[in-house]
Ligand binder design. Sequence first.
Ligand code: NAD
Length: 356
Amino acid sequence: MTRKILVLPGDGIGPEIVAEAVKVLEKLVAEGVELELEFGLIGGAAYDAEGHPLPPGTLASARAADAVLLGAVGGPRYEQLDRALRPEQGLLGLRAELELFANLRPAILYPQLADASTLKPGVVAGLDIMIVRELTGGIYFGQPRGIRVLENGEKEGFNTLVYRESEIERIGRSAFEIARKRGKKLCSVDKANVLEVTELWRQVMTRLARDYPDVELSHMYVDNAAMQLVRAPKQFDVIVTTNMFGDILSDAAAMLTGSIGMLPSASLDANAKGMYEPIHGSAPDIAGRGVANPLATILSVAMMLRYTLGLPDQARRIETAVGTVLDRGLRTADIAAAGESAVGTSEMGDAVIAAL
Ligand code: NAD
């Protein structure tokens, strides 16, 4: 059965890095993997062409596709637009419309790049953790929210942290399933000592654990988790947490690796349909110069093969090819050590193809 992939290059370096990931997909197609690629517009590029960051045609194609590969959106040109028309709304709209509630953010440090971290190499070399963040609920979406004026004239801002059992259960099941495919250790991060919502979170995770006896579940308060991530990050295998805690912890975890251009991500729905994208943004400072690192986007393709397309061997092949290229000493500017010479975006993509 031919699987459909919608490719959304987006803005800034998006088209440059996505072009390299597409080369990888085309190589797989040439080898007989049945994939059909369709291209579409999102973000600023969609606003320029069609007046909206998420045009109806893009949304329809995304619904029809098995997976979406996205570059990045945004740029200074669009910052003055009404909030509803800004590029980021294209991305948020797509996540919400497709109900992509499970955000998978691996933090992997290739041993070859251990010096890129600000932490001691011994603390981070070989790091391989997966943060599973709830993406469509919690305080970022809870109602009521707003800024109101009190009787005494003072303003008060308020948001609502709310999770239903069913929302906790579905993200929990995703995380247990992922832990099962990895090191079989799951740490649920909450603030159950202070927040009732996360007391419920902890209860649901504990209940779910009975269905996954092969996975070792632990619980940690978010403040301790932040500390442990910096102190001894290799103690973690899979972390599952709420939208806001995950937002913060996954950026901290990404930075442990020191190389934003290396990290992929996935956002999945209940049927493992997903959107795959690098964690970095559109990097307007280097856009159009052919120097961006395409490896995060190429590694996003590997995640797509593993989590949506059910082709783990092909996923591993791509990850191994990236390792081979790093072993050979190829570095884009963002991961090159001082004085080391750097290759461009397409040279890096070609090297991955050759290593495949
Ligand atoms: P950014 O991630 O785009 O860039 C941060 C720094 O990292 C920059 O110096 C950039 O040059 C560098 N960088 C990022 N990706 C790189 C790569 N692949 N290779 C080499 N260097 C890379 O973050 P920012 O500067 O805060 O945001 C720029 C724009 O991107 C903004 O409009 C922002 O809203 C948007 N953004 C989009 C997404 C997304 O599409 N998912 C995520 C974050 C930010």
